[in-house]
Design a protein around this ligand. Structure first.
Ligand code: ATP
Ligand code: MG
Length: 396
């Protein structure tokens, strides 16, 4: 049963109602969303989180989905400004999607901007919710298109998750399209490259409609691939390498070697800022700093200059392996790229690897500096990494 007086999206289940039977859990949750949205709201909004299903096939799928659900909840809990009446937005799973309740369309946009940075998220859409009845879907589509102004052309793209909905995707497209043409006679229907696409997804007990989506960073949910220790300098490469491992599902313990007590603590400050940028991904478990300057001084006093950097690195790797065992990590990560500097020739990489008791992952080994810079800019770490600081490796 749908009560017009309650407004679209506020779904009141009735005994024997097909929608209620199909999605009893969803229905209760949708009602709770509406309550969160406030009694005066006429529409119910959610962020619809799409994830890469290919990576989630097979027996691991349920645990990947659980991990993503937990990571989304944790990211939202750290943003008190997104709370409604003191509570974080509700997160729940429906078939092939995560749903996050929002108090308004504007709040859905803010949530989407946070969630798209979480590994495993392919896309986030800001959607309105309505019951799965064509009249309600048509009304909701009109409001969606209205919100997308200004535009000149549009199309409808429908998808039903299950065949228990009587209309197939093509029929939904036709009926919603007819409704929109009637309401927006001055707009053009255009199948190729329209200004706006009205997406309609019929999933379990409800329909979700949206015109605006944000690309996520993809990959796998942080925490689904075990823990690593990343050697994080304040340079350009290692923040990108760290991010790449986080994106593949690793939980990262960052380890920074500062030049203290021989240098200022500027590099520590910069690494903390880099860590803050990586924090919302949910993949950064910790940041530890080693005061390395004194050890470097000893190496500088006893090792010929041409071998010093390799010795510094060997000591760093040995310390990092010890640390990895302590935190339960199974590999090291570095930002090395083949031939980038003298310490990154194959011979020197081999010499440093010889002290490592764990695998050393180098996600950037085949990347050009410009490619790495582009990633760093996208990530927001480039501006921090180019700030001048005392580097422990060039200290002596
Ligand atoms: P980056 O490679 O991050 O730009 P960098 O250019 O200062 O930093 P490189 O000489 O290229 O450092 O060092 C190769 C790798 O060794 C780094 O990518 C990083 O993983 C590790 N490393 C170097 N210096 C440090 C440091 N001070 N603390 C932690 N790890 C470091
Ligand atoms: Mg480098």
């Amino acid at each position: 049963m749908v009560s017009d007086a309650l407004g679209v999206g506020e779904y009141v289940p009735a005994p024997g109602d097909a929608g209620a039977a199909a999605g009893a859990a969803t229905t209760g949750a949708a009602a709770a969303d509406a309550a969160t949205a406030g009694a005066t709201a006429r529409e119910t909004f959610v962020c619809l989180v799409h994830y890469h299903e290919l990576g989630l096939k097979g027996r691991n799928r349920a645990s990947f989905e659980r991990q993503l659900n937990n990571n989304i909840k944790a990211a939202l809990a750290k943003r008190p400004e997104l709370c409604v009446l003191g509570a974080a937005p509700r997160v729940r799973r429906i078939s092939g999607r995560e749903l996050i309740s929002a108090a308004s369309y504007e709040q859905a946009l803010l949530i989407a901007d946070l969630i798209r940075r979480i590994p495993g998220v392919a896309k986030v859409s800001c959607a309105c919710v309505c019951v799965r009845e064509m009249a309600a879907i048509g009304d909701a589509a009109c409001r969606c298109l209205q919100r997308a102004e200004p535009f000149a052309s549009f199309k409808v793209s429908a998808r039903r998750a299950h065949t228990d909905f009587p209309l197939n995707s093509m029929q939904i497209n036709e009926q919603v399209g007819a409704c929109l043409c009637e309401q927006f006679p001055e707009k053009k229907v255009q199948m190729r490259y329209p200004d706006v696409t009205v997406h309609v997804e019929v999933i379990e007990g409800n329909a979700y409609l949206y015109t605006q989506s944000f690309k996520g960073i993809g990959g796998l949910p942080a925490g689904s691939a075990g823990a690593v220790v990343s050697l994080l300098s304040a340079g350009i490469d290692s923040p990108v390498a760290t991010w790449q491992l986080i994106r593949r599902g690793a939980r990262v313990h960052a380890l920074h070697f500062s030049g203290a007590p021989e240098t200022t603590d500027v590099s520590v400050h910069l690494v903390r800022r880099i860590a803050e940028l990586l924090q919302p991904t949910g993949g950064l478990a910790s940041l530890a700093v080693v005061a390395f300057g004194g050890y470097q001084r000893q190496i500088a006093l006893s090792v010929p200059e041409r071998l010093r950097v390799v010795f510094y690195r060997r000591l760093m790797y040995a310390v990092a392996c010890d640390y990895a065992v302590r935190v339960g990590a199974k590999a090291l990560v570095t930002g090395e790229s083949l031939g980038q500097v003298a310490s990154q020739t194959l011979d020197n990489i081999r010499a440093t690897d010889a002290v490592a008791s764990l695998p050393v992952l180098r996600p950037l080994i085949g990347s050009d500096k410009q490619e790495i810079v582009n990633w760093a800019e996208e990530l927001g770490t480039f501006a921090i990494s180019t700030r001048s600081h005392d580097d422990c490796c060039t200290l002596f």
